[in-house]
Design a protein around this ligand. Sequence first.
Ligand code: NAD
Length: 489
Amino acid sequence: MADPILIGGEWKPGRGPDMVSIYPADGSENGVVAGADAADVDEAVAKGRAAMADPAWRDMKPHERGGLLMGVSRLISERHEELARLQMRDNGKPIGETRALVASAAGTFRYYGAVAETMEDEITPSRGPYVSMSIYDPIGVVAAITPWNSPVASDAQKLAPALAAGCAVILKPAGVTPLVALELGRICEAAGIPPGIVSVLPGPGSVIGDALVTHPDIARVAFTGGTEVGRRIARQAADKLMPVSLELGGKSPTVVFADAKIDHAVNGVIFGIFSSSGESCIAGSRLFVQRGILDEFTAALVAKTEALRIGDPADERTQMGPLVSMAHRDGIERYVALGRAEGGEVLTGGARPEGSGFDYEKGSFYRPTIFAGLPNDARMVQEEIFGPVLAILPFDDEDDLVAQANDTVFGLACGLWTEDYRRAWRLARRIDAGTVWINTYKMFSIATPFGGLKESGTGREKGRQGIRQYQEQKALYWGTNETPIGWAD
Ligand code: NAD
């Protein structure tokens, strides 16, 4: 029988279709949950509103709320290995990566516990007979809609600041990865977050996601996912005049100058595109190499890529596990075929792995793939593939580089490899990207805000200010007149 889900403080079967989690390394079933439907959304939102209005949550002191979040962090850490394995089975990422994601989730709750306790309202300068303040109240019931690629971390990135702000949250995980979000629901409950404040509603995006976004009592949507769904959510939010944060797709440039430390750059480029099997919004999927070192750099990159270890996600040494599903691998294969049809040359990969080391047949594996010879306007170079596929393009000088790197609808991230710090400074400002890594890649800190430009999204998550998107700012004026307001006399 399908497992229950968390609807408004109660664990019970949802009224929607069952959601099945498959281990993409071998196709075995991890579990089945009774997914939600629109009636469950109504119930969860109503109970979330009621729980927010209850003095037990509404009037909780900031340090008490912070303490609860610290408790969530501790429980995540206590269950670290179990959650990492569950996350690995849900989406196939190697165990080393999922351990890091769980540690990140614990850190996120710890950080926002501290933010809850230390954020302050403001006294604004008085310009008359009053004392004026700017204060922050919870915005209301929040819908947190997340993708399948790093669920435990992206769920925490929305849950923790929203709870720190005093909101109720309805968490909707992606259909293929429902399991970890439900465990986070259990952990919030065990840490003492009042019933109804957190609901977890797995279900199809077109039904549950849509019902949440259009629900009149959802006050804010925090969305991470693809650009097309994000655009649709933005349109729906406009009708309600509802604020949304959208963390969307990317096609990020990585740039290697002739003066770069080549061994650092080779490792950084490989990590940037092939870790997480390329299923990463910030994957450095367009590589620009200065023409003078193109051949040398390409040869080193291909050689090292061919030595990557693909296989069992539970093996500590594995660098690339399977893709999240067979359907997703089919999509990547279509892109590789398109790249070939567009005139690209596959330097390595372009096929499923073979060999005796692992039973690749049962899982959705794909080799790391490098293309050369495509123009910057090829579809393979412009569209987000969300898989282990890299396109190499040459550039001549800074102006040529900026023109090519910015010639994309996306603006999520960028990697710069150069020993010239003045150049790095110039280019970091000129390239359209929400995050620029200089002589590193995919480094993250919860203390540093993150988000995209252009079609990579709007709004920022993380950092102390990350709590603000879940709050309404209000003005208070305390009159200090000794006499009545004169106008009415
Ligand atoms: P997706 O857009 O298909 O789905 C994301 C979430 O939205 C899922 O929970 C899905 O069920 C839900 N959804 C689908 N249709 C919906 C609708 N009509 N209304 C409301 N919700 C709906 O994305 P995905 O395939 O799960 O994830 C991959 C995408 O996510 C990639 O484009 C990737 O770049 C992006 N991503 C971005 C970031 C970031 O921080 N910028 C991080 C991770 C992933």
